[in-house]
Design a protein around this ligand. Sequence first.
Ligand code: ADP
Ligand code: MG
Length: 373
Amino acid sequence: AVAIRMRPLNNAEGNNERTWKVLPKYASIAQTTRDGKPLSERITGRTFFTFDKTFGEDTNNKQVYNSVAKGIVNSAVDGLNGTIFAYGQTSSGKTYTMQGAGNLEQGMGGEGGVVHMAANDIFSQIVQKQERIFLVRVSFLEIYNEEVRDLLGDPNQTLKIREDPRRGVYVESNEEVVTDFDGLLKILVRGDKSRTFASTAMNERSSRSHTILRITIESREKDADEGMDIENREPSSDGAVRISTLNLVDLAGSESVRHTGATGERQKEGGLINQSLLTLSRVIVALGAPNQTHINFRDSKLTRILQPSLSGNARMAVICCATPSELYLEETRSTLQFASRAKLVKTNAQVNEVLDERSMIRRLQKQLAEAKR
Ligand code: ADP
Ligand code: MG
């Protein structure tokens, strides 16, 4: 699903007029004159867009989450991969949407974001599914200037992306097993701190970097004798283990790709081109094209890491954040254009079951069986 979220005007935009009007009933966004009249397309370029969902200024995080993210989170617990992106220019509300209004620690106390509500839903789903055993682990990565860093490891070290015929594309990052909401939140806070310490110009960096919070959920059916004392149990059944990953991605500010996009026009501003964001745009265009040709996932770290999720076997939501302010008319139009292209991407997620040691549950079982011998 692709959604647009317009945030309220901020102080700096306070005296400026709104140029975009959200029509939630029609899941549409229209460009208007200062007195709210619709504009003619011929004069200004595209002025009317329709999406799966549109959220106006009075929407809160809970409404956004329930409407576009919750279904993906719950199906991740059932074994389907999922990816939720926040896209938009700097200051458009990406982090507000993903991490909430207050600081991360406040969690559900402040207005939590997608990550808080996802963590909450994952563990409440798990508690309800008595017939299965779950294992949840988390990793937290940052991509800045085409370097991948582990926010749960040494932030001064860069990580390599590896490829293995069996495992596919992966990054050797730290993974932490978590067993409840608070545990997951602690990890998030730790990762966020590591990000701040590693940087001298935090603002510049945060607008140019991507963060990927990856939650891997494994589960298998409980054995009939699961409740018994461990000494009396048969070695565990060989049933398949479901594995799914849920990626929660807070993207770099999209203003750095404003002048590139579909036309491929060189960007006019100075500064580094954000290779990852640019490649993501191109990959999205290619994925949505009727005749898919070669897709260049390898052109950036972000698309390479997310390749398994972008290739179709994952449910996907893109939450595009924007300001209605006239000051950023073109940035917002460019975000709406990206969102229109993302709408064309079709996915077909399947439950992933494995029988080998790709699952941590399986590896732990084996260790346990060996220790007993
Ligand atoms: P981004 O991550 O896209 O750069 P932020 O999420 O940090 O932007 O938002 C920029 C500022 O706008 C923050 O101060 C944030 O609290 C505020 N803000 C963003 N979205 C909203 C919203 N929907 N309602 C109220 N304030 C918001
Ligand atoms: Mg941000």
